[in-house]
Design a binder for this molecule. Structure first.
Ligand SMILES: Nc1ncnc2c1ncn2[C@@H]1O[C@H](COP(=O)(O)OP(=O)(O)OP(=O)(O)O)[C@@H](O)[C@H]1O
Ligand SMILES: [Mg+2]
Length: 447
């Protein structure tokens, strides 16, 4: 007893922000939450905007959020907080008990949904469940803040066990919808050549799109593989994951967003899969979601390259800069990251939309811009997807601008990684030739 500083937040007390526009509701719920020993309502807000401000300042463990509010509604506020204060987990409450609202709430990033009139026992349980499930994410962000970041993101020594080079290319963006999945699927199929083995992993657990993009209905998804990841057999793995027409192997994501939780709760799941299987492939391409969380940071530790995808806008530049600053603070080697700009518009005289020229991106972000992909008619992207082939796979489209650029991106990476200077050292007569040269594909480079 005694010595404990009172300013120190108690680890076992769940801090809660309550956002509801009706003062009476706020007071009632606050009072009822106060009866629970392990809860502490640290603030209340009457509009979405106030809620966002409070969340940014105090980063509560849990936010209980009404949907219908003046100023900014609960769904919008949820979207902003999920992006800007990922430490906090949001529970939406609403009178609307229909699946559309539920879907929209979860889509905005809410972790659970309560229907009014509120049953307090249900609320107590939900708060405790969500708090527990969000624990690893919360700890991750607390460690980020407290400067322990370097230990979290620091890349481990790459040691690839197996016959193949096992290069891991992670495609990431902190922003949704910029083209991560488009780039990842096309890159993976672009890397496929004779005697080259490629595995594409869908690590976007919440919005797993790769299966849809490639028109695959596999018997086993990441959910099943994750179940006994510690006893993963690489041969069995090769047989149960999906095979695309191009021959590449695809580990598709969860078939339902709810299945993501089981993997988020054990954030080393996907990185363990990668460690175990990478030596059987020349390239492992990983599509990700936009969350910067422990699952992602574990995956990043396995990365040979991280492709940061963005669009040529100010917001995108700012977000990429934020991520790269984090990487820098963590001591993540800058040469491992490169930029891919997507949806770049051709310059037109008198064009009103201000887009940033790629050279500016390069100097602002101090990273190599590895690919510049043009904005095309969205219907063409969809058509290609509907055919079940990423653009790059269909030869007759080879001269279309986007496809040409995607080919170029795959070829650049292929050349860069497969002629690793360390490999050349090894090839030059050193007995301790690195495993990376084993796949014997160097000859392909002379294409
Ligand atoms: N170069 C492009 N030109 C036009 N549309 C594009 C281009 N690249 C991607 N798109 C379209 O933009 C949308 C988002 O692309 P995609 O799903 O690849 O992004 P994402 O970053 O993976 O998104 P999410 O965050 O939802 O996973 C899709 O409808 C896709 O067809
Ligand atoms: Mg995606």
């Amino acid at each position: 007893m005694g010595g404990k500083k009172s300013s120190q937040p108690d680890k076992n007390i769940i801090s809660i922000l309550l956002v509801d526009d009706i003062p009476e509701n706020r007071e009632n719920i606050k009072k009822l939450l106060g009866f629970e020993q392990d809860f502490k309502v640290i603030g209340t807000a009457g509009t979405g905007r106030e809620g966002v401000e409070f969340a940014k300042q105090h980063k509560p463990d849990i936010i209980i959020m009404d949907i219908n509010m003046p100023d900014m509604d609960g769904l919008q506020a949820t979207e902003i907080i999920t992006r800007q204060v990922p430490r906090s987990a949001i529970i939406i409450m609403s009178v609307q008990n229909d699946s559309d609202y539920y879907r929209r709430a979860m889509g905005a990033g809410a972790k659970d949904f309560l229907t009014k009139p509120i049953n307090m026992d249900e609320m107590y349980n939900t708060v405790r469940n969500v708090y527990k499930k969000h624990e690893s994410v919360r700890r991750f962000h607390d460690e980020l803040e407290s400067g322990k970041l370097a230990d979290i993101l620091r890349p481990q020594k790459e040691e690839v066990e197996g016959e193949r080079a096992g290069h891991v290319i992670v495609v990431y963006s902190p922003v949704g919808g910029v083209g991560k999945t488009t780039v990842a699927t096309s890159l993976a199929s672009g890397l496929m050549k004779e005697d080259v083995k490629v595995l594409l992993i869908d690590a976007d657990l919440q919005f797993a799109d790769v299966g849809t993009f490639l028109n695959l209905t596999p018997q086993s998804t990441i959910t099943e593989v994750a179940e006994d990841v510690n006893d993963l057999d690489t041969e069995l793995f090769e047989n149960i994951v999906a095979t695309h027409d191009s021959g590449m192997k695809v580990l598709t994501g969860p078939t339902r967003p709810e299945f993501a939780d089981a993997i988020w709760e054990r954030p080393e799941t996907i990185s363990t899969i990668i460690q175990k299987v990478r030596g059987s492939y020349d390239f492992v391409v990983v599509d990700t979601g936009s969350r910067l969380d422990p699952t992602l940071s574990n995956i990043l530790q396995e990365a040979t390259r991280v492709l940061l995808v963005g669009t040529p806008t100010l917001v995108s530049a700012k977000n990429m800069r934020f991520v790269l600053d984090l990487f820098d603070q963590a001591g993540f080697p800058p040469e491992k990251t490169a930029i891919v700009l997507n949806k770049v518009m051709e310059e037109r005289k008198g064009a009103k939309t201000p887009t940033i020229p790629p050279e500016k991106f390069q100097s602002y972000l101090k990273r190599n811009v590895l690919g510049i992909l043009p904005l095309i008619d969205e219907r063409l992207v969809l058509a290609a997807i509907n055919r079940g082939v990423p653009f790059i796979g269909s030869d007759r489209d080879v001269n279309k601008p986007l496809i040409k650029q995607l080919h170029g991106l795959a070829d650049t990476l292929f050349t860069e990684l497969m002629t690793d200077p360390e490999d050349e050292k090894g090839a030059a007569g050193d007995d301790t030739t690195k495993k990376k040269t084993k796949s014997g594909i160097a000859g392909l480079l002379g294409r």
